[in-house]
Design a protein around this ligand. Structure first.
Ligand code: ADP
Ligand code: ZN
Length: 729
């Protein structure tokens, strides 16, 4: 007998092997098999059984073993992986690799950290690195020792010296255990669902009980109690003997949600998280395979959790762009969650206060059933939103002109009332450009060409695309005499301004410079314990946090995201503004949101100020329809990358010529080839061709042809095929 085997390697397809008779009875789809591969052995999974011989005279090799100590993949999961690879025009091995947990990755047992200590005697001579570290710890509370050394250019010896002076504390923290409830897991009272929630719960559970696929879009305003709906539905699904998968955009940012699931569902919940230790990860994986764990909560890749008997799949904040994987296997977890539910005969619930236009359109066409939670579940209605026009004469604060007098006044009031504020600016660092005051040249990344941003915590210039870092030159390197001026705004500069205006306020910062994982949790914990008065951050602060004492949200530049060349810029801006506004007034004190902007009349800003999702959609849809963009048409982005710009131009022209006749036949259009918005990255030139077509089928035809073209293209040309691209950069 012959079988096809998929290996977690970037091979173009599956491989065919023969099976010795004694191993035949142990085979099933998804079984784990050991096979010979060239001179090595490799472990793969059975992708097809009893297949015809491959073309040509090839001597097939026998599989070596079907080990029984580790279970294979559930059959429906294996089918999902293969189908996903097909849909995204990706090698099946890449899809498999995205699905399998990275067991091989070494995770340290204990992570050494350095922590802040409340300052008693702030005097004493300190080195610049030590000062930077203390400033950083004042904001984030704790850093992994490695991170502290790297980011602040400081040796272990100087950190130890600080510890000896009692200025910092050294310690260790555990890797995350997927089952252990953390201290943050609240034993909250269980609220009685309100009538809107009850209607949603009843509808979802009827679908789960039917045992057939059904999809819902749960559109509930911020703090409408969507999580309560998920919790009740999950509990009931388990009671029915089925399992439940819960996807969240970024698990490190949502410890609270995980905590709520664990507090309510107990030991049945596994956490799928990259900070989970290796042994723990294996334990969780086998507990899921064995059916001992019936609920998995995690980010994007938790989609592939090996749960069997799936009854319910929840995708929280389904509009969030982090559901799209942006490298290697470029899948969208929300879309695959719907597919997985389909295969499993499960119910899928996509929840959001600002549904993506794709999901809105699916609800409109009846592919998803719409459930609405139009009001907050908390005592008070949605916060008041004021737009602050920065163009108005005298609007800006004289010393910190990127802040309005109005926002500074509201901050003062909020601090005086001992309530908390969040300031949102979607750009990290201190200043995005260092520009020469005499010749106007900016300091650029040598391999990406973009401006390097100044990061004060590192006292260095940093490329936000490739992480290249360098010290700030004393003079312009182009004219060799001009001074460098740090222009523009980043979160660090806002922290600075708040410290200057309100020296006694405790200011925290949350952006991707704050080391991922537990450090982020610590900042959120400090906010919850009210040890932070003002939290400054990027889109990380907009996520589903629930902090009842936050009553003021200030958006430093509401129009910032609108400068991006992307047809989704307005949608993304509307979502971010609405989500961050939703962080205010979730407790028993009313909230206020101030949107500072130079474009108060832009429809995305105006609709967010009214918190008017339907109004936004009404204004956005005609553009999309006219241009044939999603949700009205479908896209594929074909991006060529090469170190040789001329060869790349020629190759992309040839690709466009190859596709042109097919495109014409399929009523598809080809835009480009043109330089990608990020025309150079890590030394590679980037040119893209955007395929726009009315149907998925047309996209597929063109993408398959492009993939075939790529196999014949010159070796130094790489073609990335991105189906349903989210970012056109
Ligand atoms: P969402 O996910 O829609 O933003 P959450 O589920 O976080 O909202 O709920 C917001 C707050 O409202 C939480 O503190 C939650 O405990 C509370 N809540 C939810 N449902 C109810 C209810 N029926 N009655 C009272 N409080 C509720
Ligand atoms: Zn770079």
């Amino acid at each position: 007998m012959r079988i096809e085997v998929v290996l977690p390697l970037a091979l173009p397809g599956t491989l065919t092997y023969s099976v010795p008779p004694e191993l035949v009875p142990r085979l099933r789809l998804g079984a784990r098999v050991v096979v010979p591969l060239a001179t090595r052995r490799a472990t793969g999974y059975v992708a097809a059984i009893d297949v015809p011989p491959p073309h040509g005279e090839v001597a097939l090799r026998d599989i070596l073993a079907v080990p029984e100590d580790v279970a294979g993949l559930p059959e429906d999961l294996l089918r999902l992986i293969l189908e996903a690879a097909r849909y995204y025009c990706a090698p099946p091995g890449e899809a498999l690799r995205a699905a399998l947990p990275r067991f091989a990755e070494k995770t340290a047992r204990r992570v050494p950290v350095v922590r802040a200590v409340p300052a008693r005697n702030p005097e004493g001579r300190l080195g610049p690195g030590q000062k930077r570290l203390l400033a950083a710890l004042a904001e984030v509370g704790e850093l992994a020792l490695d991170e502290a050394r790297r980011a602040h250019g400081i040796s272990t010896a100087s950190i130890r010296a600080l510890a000896a002076k009692g200025r910092v504390e050294l310690g260790e923290r555990d890797p995350v255990d997927p089952f252990a409830p953390s201290a943050a897991d609240p034993a909250e009272p269980v609220p009685e669902p309100n009538p809107h929630q009850q209607r949603a719960i009843t509808a979802v559970l009827a679908a789960v009980r039917s045992g057939r696929y059904h999809g819902f879009l749960l559109h509930g305003v911020t703090a409408s109690g969507k999580t309560e709906v998920y919790l009740r539905c999950a509990a009931e699904t388990i009671a029915l003997g089925r399992s439940c998968l819960v996807l969240v955009p970024e698990i490190a940012l949502t410890p609270q949600l995980v905590g709520r699931f664990r507090a309510r569902l107990g030991g049945a919940v596994a956490l799928v998280h990259s900070a989970v230790g290796e042994a723990e990860r294996r334990r969780a994986w086998s507990a899921m395979l064995a059916g001992r764990v019936r609920v998995a909560v995690g980010a994007r890749s938790a989609l592939f959790a090996p749960l069997s008997g799936l009854g319910l799949v929840v995708v929280d904040e389904e509009h969030d762009p982090s559901y799209k994987q942006s490298d290697r296997f470029r899948y969208h977890a929300r879309d695959l969650a719907m597919l997985r539910a389909h295969h499993a005969g499960a119910t899928v619930v996509l929840g959001s206060a600002t549904p993506s236009l794709e999901s809105w359109s699916n609800a409109h066409d009846g592919k998803l059933e719409l459930l609405r939670l139009p009001e907050r579940a908390t005592p008070l209605p949605l916060p008041a939103v004021r737009v602050c026009d920065l163009r108005r004469h005298g609007a800006r604060h004289p010393r910190h002109p990127f802040l309005s007098r109005e926002l500074v006044e509201e901050l003062a009031g909020t601090l005086a009332r001992r309530e908390q504020s969040i300031l949102f600016l979607n750009r990290r660092g201190f200043a995005p450009t260092a520009i020469c005051t005499s010749c106007g040249t900016f300091v650029a990344c040598p391999s990406c060409g973009v401006a390097l941003a100044y990061h004060r915590a590192r006292d260095a210039l940093l490329c936000h695309y490739c992480n290249f870092q360098r010290p700030v030159p004393a003079h312009c390197e182009s004219c060799r005499e001009g001074e460098l001026d740090l222009r523009g705004l980043g979160t660090e500069r806002i922290v600075d301004a708040v410290n200057d205006l309100f020296p006694s306020a405790r200011v925290g910062r949350l952006d991707s410079d704050v080391a991922a994982g537990p450090s982020v949790e610590r900042v959120l914990d400090r906010l919850r314990r009210r040890e932070i008065d003002v939290l400054v951050g990027t889109q990380m602060v907009t996520k589903g946090h629930d902090f009842p004492a936050v009553t003021l949200v200030g958006v430093v530049r509401a129009d910032m995201g609108l400068q991006v060349v992307d047809f989704r810029a307005a949608e993304r801006t509307f979502q971010l503004l609405t989500q961050v506004a939703g962080r205010a007034g979730r407790g028993s004190t009313p909230g206020l949101v101030l949107l500072q902007t130079f474009l108060p009349d832009h429809y995305a800003v105006a609709a967010a100020a009214r918190q008017d999702y339907d109004g936004f959609v009404r204004q956005e849809l005609p553009f999309r329809r006219e241009l044939g963009y999603p949700p009205f048409g479908r896209l594929a982005l074909l991006r060529g990358e090469s170190r040789d710009a001329d060869a790349l131009d020629a190759a992309m022209d040839s690709l466009a010529r190859t596709l042109a006749p097919l495109a014409a036949a399929a009523h598809a259009s080809l835009l480009g080839p043109s330089p990608a918005p990020l025309a150079r990255l890590r030394g590679f030139h980037r040119r893209h061709l955007l395929v726009k077509a009315p149907t998925r089928k047309a996209i597929r035809t063109l993408a398959v042809r492009a993939a075939a073209w790529a196999t014949r293209a010159a070796r130094h040309i790489r073609l990335v095929i991105d189906i349903d691209p989210l970012h056109l950069a």
